[in-house]
Design a binder for this molecule. Structure first.
Ligand SMILES: [Zn+2]
Length: 301
C-alpha cells in the first residue's frame, strides 16, 4: 500500500518551523479551520533551487511558492489533500533544492495531507532521500517509481511518475507503470477516478511531451470511471475535454511561465458525485484569469 506522510500536528509544525528558522506564515487561527472533504489543492512546477534567492526566467521561484502557500493557507477551509505535481526542483533535482523546497512546503503539511510527485527536473533518488516518508511504496517493488493511489470522499486519485531522465524535457510512463495503472483502475471500478501525471498528453494547444501518450490515453479512455487527467509541465493553465470525455486539466506553475502574460499560481478543486470545479488562484490578483472556475461534468460510466 502507498504510504504518505500524515498531516503535521500544530505542535509538530511549530517545532519544525522553529528548528528551520522560518517565520511562521500561518495565521494563529489556521489550525482551527474545518476540513472540506470534497476539496483538493494542486501546486505544480515549483522549480525550487537550494538558494532561496534564485531567479529563474525573471522570477524569484521561492517567493512565488511562498506566496502561493500563503494564499492557500488563508483559504477559509482546508482541503482533503494537496498534490504537488512534479518539477519540485529547479533543474537537476539536487539535494539542496529539496531541502529548500521542504522548508517552503512545510506550512502546507500543517494543514492537509500532501502528496508529492516527480517531473523531468527532479531526481528520483535525491527526492526519496530528502523525503523518505513521502516515497510511494508501490505493491510492485520492481516499479521503482513515485506512483500511488489514494482515496477521498468522492474520487480515487492515481498519481503517476513520468520522469524518464532528469533534465530531459520528454517523459515516459513505461509499460510496467501502465500495467500497474490498468490493474489499480480495474481494482477500483465504481468510484470516479482522476489520474495525475507531470507530463502533458496532447491537447489542442500543446503537443504531447509523454512518449507513450497513445497507450496512456487508451487506458484512460477505456476505463469509464476515469473522469479527468491533471498534469503540469507546460506551465500553461488550460482546461479542455478529450474526445473520450475525459477532462484534461493543465495546471499553472507556481514558478515561472514560458509565455508572457500567462498566470502563475495554484488550483483549487471541489468535487461532487458527478462533476468538479477547478479554480485558478493566480498569484497576480489582477490577472484576467484569476478566480476563473472551470465546471466539468463527469462523463457517464
Ligand atoms: Zn516545469
Amino acid at each position: 500500500m502507498p504510504i504518505h506522510l500524515p498531516q503535521l500536528t500544530r505542535r509538530d509544525f511549530l517545532k519544525r518551523a522553529a528548528l528551520a528558522g522560518v517565520a511562521a506564515v500561518l495565521a494563529p487561527n489556521a489550525f482551527a479551520k474545518t476540513s472540506d472533504e470534497d476539496m483538493l489543492a494542486f501546486f505544480s512546477d515549483t522549480h525550487i533551487a537550494a538558494d532561496p534567492a534564485e531567479i529563474a526566467r525573471h522570477v524569484n521561484v521561492a517567493d512565488h511558492l511562498a506566496a502561493a502557500v500563503r494564499d492557500f493557507a488563508a483559504w477559509p477551509v482546508s482541503p482533503a489533500a494537496v498534490i504537488v505535481n512534479g518539477d519540485l526542483a529547479l533543474k537537476e533535482g539536487l539535494p539542496g533544492d529539496y531541502a529548500t523546497f521542504g522548508k517552503l512546503i512545510d506550512p502546507v503539511r500543517a494543514l492537509a495531507p500532501i502528496h508529492l510527485s516527480l517531473g523531468n527536473h527532479d531526481e528520483r533518488q535525491n527526492f526519496w532521500s530528502a523525503f523518505p516518508a513521502d516515497a510511494a511504496k508501490t505493491a510492485e517493488a520492481a516499479l521503482q517509481r513515485q506512483a500511488s493511489v489514494f482515496a477521498t470522499a468522492r474520487a480515487n486519485w492515481f498519481l503517476l511518475d513520468s520522469l524518464e531522465a532528469t533534465n530531459i524535457s520528454e517523459g515516459e510512463l513505461g509499460s510496467a507503470q501502465l500495467a500497474w495503472l490498468t490493474a489499480e483502475l480495474a481494482a477500483r471500478p465504481a468510484k470516479p477516478a482522476v489520474v495525475v501525471v507531470h507530463h502533458n498528453p496532447a491537447t489542442s494547444t500543446q503537443k504531447a511531451s509523454l512518449k507513450d501518450v497513445d497507450a496512456f490515453l487508451e487506458v484512460l479512455a477505456s476505463h469509464r470511471q476515469v473522469k479527468a487527467c491533471v498534469f503540469g509541465h507546460t506551465h500553461d493553465w488550460h482546461v479542455e475535454t478529450h474526445a473520450s470525455g475525459v477532462h484534461l486539466i493543465n495546471l499553472p506553475p507556481t514558478g515561472y511561465v514560458f509565455k508572457d502574460g500567462r498566470p502563475s499560481g495554484w488550483v483549487r478543486a471541489t468535487l461532487t458525485d458527478d462533476s468538479a470545479e477547478f479554480e485558478l488562484r493566480s498569484l497576480d490578483r489582477t490577472h484576467p484569469e484569476h478566480g476563473q472556475i472551470k465546471k466539468l461534468a463527469w462523463r457517464t460510466a
